[in-house]
Design a protein around this ligand. Structure first.
Ligand SMILES: CC(=O)N[C@H]1[C@@H](OP(=O)(O)OP(=O)(O)OC[C@H]2O[C@@H](n3ccc(=O)[nH]c3=O)[C@H](O)[C@@H]2O)O[C@H](CO)[C@@H](O)[C@@H]1O
Length: 505
């Protein structure tokens, strides 16, 4: 820990001496806590950070939009589930399973966000969207890892591991760790779940002053999901991957209830194409949908984030009436370990800083706590996809929204991306799987329910059917369990029920 004098002089040097303006009013304990916090700041970079933030704030409104010199990616460039034949899909899947069975594949969860829009005080992964099983997002994801290992083992006679790397932040590390411990890591080996923390950076006023959220506390925020690359270095995560022989990473965000972790088709597609970097996309649903778009900027593949895409660009349509910028980013990325190494060594300091203007509570000069009603602060964030530009071979892969994308962003009451839409998406998918396996449903009074094999989350679901990932990941293996079965809604297929169904045959 640095001494008070050292910190004082560094803050003066950075033009931030106001940070200590209430020092004399703090208790001994508060002084200590504050010194610890200040010692952890990168004081050498503080001046540059504050100056850059102030410049960004000035440039924010006058800036040439990030989406200038933007071109759509051609549809031929994008690999696609919909447009590929059975042979191609099976080939990629086999390749993916082979790599998994050889311990070359890991998944990496971005879980450092604060989930402000959802409005919960705990990590989003701990959210229970109200499924019959009451499973949380973390549990669903953990069980998918168990299952993918089992499927790869069954195919290749292996005993493989898919390590789970989880990037957390100061907000999410402790509760996430505790939650996993309390739940015995949902059946995974704790040594294969590697949690690490991203850095936090100070929020700054429009004129470049660090914001005090309390007399002895700076307003800090995680450095964006692109903080991943620095966090990989800080926490020696790439070394851990190398020791385990991991070559391919599937990086994903916490809130998509349909995420296909370590998806063998996606991994196999990227590996077969010799890609070092890849992204899954879905067709954008409507122009203002809050998803980034995969496109080219100045000839280089990139994602332009929804917050930086002008409405007039988002609304452009081709002569057939389709959105021109329709390749919606679902925050599912593929990276090779060598590519991540290169990014970590050469490029992570060069990643673009994105500016978000936020309402940041602060203490004024008199020491009163103020909750601003309009934005007063700047939070700088890096984005995980900003490394695509450094890729030698980038590929995009289009998947089906109803099978793979239903994010939880907003609290119930909002029209989309809520606990209700997430729950409905999963239940609709599981109902379709049961139908495809040959099941039919009765209501609680024993009356037969009309089949709707192609139902989606936006339609009326005739029956409630939830299938544990420990029983089936992709809908596989259900004919044997559910074929010709008449099931009563609500129906929960967990491992015990699966055993009973097998024994009854
Ligand atoms: C920058 C980014 O990736 N944007 C994507 C993100 O947008 P969106 O704005 O929804 O991004 P979120 O804020 O939800 O963050 C995405 C993920 O990154 C994590 N996180 C966020 C901030 C942070 O400092 N640390 C951290 O780990 C979150 O926990 C989450 O798992 O998902 C959308 C799909 O749902 C995509 O269309 C957007 O292009």
């Amino acid at each position: 820990m640095l001494s008070f004098e050292e910190i004082k002089s560094s803050l003066e040097h950075a033009g931030q001496s106001h940070v200590l303006q209430f020092w004399s009013e703090l208790s001994g304990d508060d002084k200590n806590t504050f010194l610890v916090e200040l010692s952890q700041l990168d004081l050498n970079e503080l001046r540059e950070h504050c100056e850059r933030a102030a410049e960004s704030a000035k440039a924010y409104h006058s800036a040439t939009a990030a989406d200038q010199q933007i071109e759509p990616v051609s549809s031929e460039f994008i690999g696609s589930i919909r447009k590929s034949d059975h042979t191609a899909l099976t080939g990629w899947e086999n390749e993916g399973f082979f790599q998994i069975s050889q311990n070359r594949v890991a998944v990496l969860l971005l879980a450092g966000g604060q989930g402000t829009r959802l409005g919960v005080s705990y990590p989003k992964g701990m959210y229970n969207v109200g499924l019959p099983s009451s499973k949380t997002l973390y549990q669903i994801q953990a069980e998918r890892i168990c299952k993918i290992q089992e499927l790869a083992n069954a195919k290749h006679g292996s005993k493989c591991t898919v390590p789970w790397y989880i990037m957390t932040s100061e907000f999410t590390l402790d509760p996430t760790k505790k939650f996993f411990q309390e739940n015995k890591y949902f059946g995974l080996d704790p040594s294969d779940v590697v949690m690490f923390e991203q850095r936090m950076i100070p929020a700054v006023t429009f004129d470049g002053k660090v914001i005090l959220q309390d007399k002895g506390k700076i307003a800090m925020a995680p450095d964006g999901n692109g903080g991943l690359y620095r966090a990989l270095v800080d926490n020696k995560v790439l070394e851990n991957m190398e020791e385990r022989g991991v070559e391919y990473l599937h990086v994903y965000c916490v809130d998509n209830i349909l995420v296909k972790m370590a998806d063998p088709i996606f991994i196999g597609f990227c590996v077969s194409k010799g890609a070092d970097c890849g992204a899954k996309v879905v067709e954008k649903a409507y122009p203002a949908e809050p998803v980034g778009v995969v496109c080219k900027v100045k000839g280089v593949y990139q994602v332009v984030e929804y917050s930086e895409l002008r409405p007039e660009t988002a609304e452009q349509r081709d002569p057939g009436g389709e959105l021109v910028y329709s390749a919606g980013n679902i925050c599912n990325h593929f990276f090779t370990r060598p590519f991540l190494n290169e990014v970590a060594q050469k490029f992570q300091g060069k990643l673009k800083q994105h500016v978000a203007l936020k309402k940041v509570p602060f203490v004024d000069r008199e020491g009163n706590l103020v909750k601003p009603t309009k934005p007063n602060g700047i939070k700088m964030e890096k984005f995980v996809f900003d490394v695509f530009q450094f890729s030698r071979k980038f590929v995009a892969f289009e998947v089906l929204r109803e099978e793979e994308f239903s994010p939880l962003k907003n609290a119930d009451g909002a029209p989309l991306d809520t606990p209700t839409t997430a729950r409905q998406s999963l239940l609709a998918q599981h109902y379709r799987w049961a139908m495809a396996a040959g099941a039919s449903f009765l209501d609680a009074q024993g009356k037969s329910l009309p089949p709707r094999p192609r139902v989606t989350r936006d339609e009326y679901l005739p029956a409630v059917c939830e299938i544990s990932p420990l029983v089936s990941f992709f809908g596989e293996g259900l004919e044997q369990l559910l074929g010709q079965k008449v099931l009563t809604t609500p129906f929960l297929l967990d491992e015990n029920r699966a055993k009973e169904l097998l024994q009854a045959q």
